[in-house]
Design a protein around this ligand. Sequence first.
Ligand code: PEP
Ligand code: MN
Length: 353
Amino acid sequence: MIVITKNSASEERIAEIVQHIEKAGVQAHVSRGTDRTVIGIIGKAEPALAEHLRSMKDVENVIKISKSYKLASRDFHPDDTVIEIKGVKIGGEHLAIMGGPCAVESPEQIDEIARLVKAAGGQVLRGGAFKPRTGPYSFQGIGVEGLKMMAEAGRKHGLLTITEVMTPEYVDICAEYADILQVGTRNMQNFDLLRKLGSVQTPVLLKRGFSATYDEFLNAAEYILAGGNPNVMLCERGIRTFETYTRNTLDLAAIPVLQSLSHLPVISDPSHGTGRRELVEPMAKASVAAGANGLIIEMHTDPDNSMTGDGVQSLFPDQFANLLKELEQLGKLVGKRYDTPKEPAEYFKTWKI
Ligand code: PEP
Ligand code: MN
């Protein structure tokens, strides 16, 4: 259930309505939008509460919401969520570009790629230290050493960092070194992991499970939000279909659909979404045209020798740089802009690892 208050409702009035709701034994979540305030109610409310709220002064409307996810829904939070990390904004009109290798391989590799991501205009350095591999004998990532290498490269070049976390036990250490924690497609419904991520404030990029519906995806996000972490981004990374030419089928419709159902930023991953280098550029552009709030793209200086099999979908540095130039133009047409600080901001210079 949501309560929409009149524009004229004062802060005190909203606080009184919240108190009234909480007295009924349910939770109230206030979302102050540009033109209205919405109070979302979570918990089993008696019908009499709705009736009473409807009759209260300054209440415009009370609407029953039947969706199973609440905090992730746009009904509860009409305005776009914009997540600000060390001065970089993700969500709304900001176009966030995350680039880097599938896996952190060495200090030299991640440092050089970080330099190239920054030079191209990206804001976030991606790289996995813990890799969820289909086979147990494949390279599994270099672990905590990789986290440290990436943090150092990010700090040096003035980039935020994003890395995948696979188990609840590793959330704290990954959050110590990275600015954004990625939940991979295979873990979208790892509920213990989601609960743990709800207990921290580090922003989370939640990838869509490769066979998850939008409803399941948004419920997975709800776990994190319900735990108390409001900083969640959704990532469309392709789903499994009958097609085998591409590694996955990037579901472009997911971008506007998720943005209509939810206020959370939607990031597109054309690398895993296609699995083919030549398709990354057109699908990155299509994602921005469809309204994506950002992209996460694999880029490698030596893709043929990448330690995971993802070299085949990794852009070469010059392709990455050219794509970003074109995306800047395209972004303008759809009301999205980069705001990459040209110089590393003060907090990067002083940031201690
Ligand atoms: C990755 O980003 O390298 C990755 C493993 O992604 P996904 O979980 O989408 O397969
Ligand atoms: Mn990868």
